[in-house]
Design a protein around this ligand. Structure first.
Ligand code: 9YT
Length: 133
């Protein structure tokens, strides 16, 4: 069994920060679970454009207040504690944080650790599958 806490991740390579967010990657590809699991803090007042062309992501809001917009149809959804959104169509989306937001994020296929968004708002696809079962 794997047991970890965010305190153990802070200050290590598995904590990745950009101006808009800080992601603590609690479970990664090398853990062999078939998904990665991150706690992400979205900083208040930020707007982040994302489009995970190579991944599916589900995002569950634990704390904070904001909104997510799907670019294709311009729909805007409130995001607050208890809300989940799932990017089942690799949706191009914009996340706006009114306050700091604490999110639990799951990626399939799993992230390897150091990903930050490229010019398309995507993460690269990692070819190696550690857990091909
Ligand atoms: C909510 C969201 O997608 N934020 C960007 C960071 C990402 N969740 C990550 O790498 O943890």
């Amino acid at each position: 069994m794997i047991v970890r806490s965010v305190e153990q991740i802070m200050g290590t390579e598995a904590e990745v920060s950009t101006p808009n967010w800080t992601s603590r990657r609690l479970l990664l590809q090398q853990d062999g679970m078939g998904f990665s699991f991150h706690e992400t803090i979205i900083h208040a007042g930020t707007e982040t454009h994302m489009r995970y062309l190579n991944h599916l992501e589900a995002v569950y809001c634990i704390e904070g207040d904001g909104e997510v917009e799907t670019v294709e149809d311009g729909k805007i959804y409130a995001v607050r504690a208890g809300t989940i959104y799932a990017l089942d169509r690799h949706d191009h989306h914009i996340l706006r944080a009114k306050t700091d937001m604490r999110m639990a994020c799951v990626f399939n296929p799993p992230c390897t650790g150091q990903e930050v968004h490229d010019e398309n708002g995507a993460y690269p696809l990692e070819e190696v599958q550690e857990n091909p079962v």
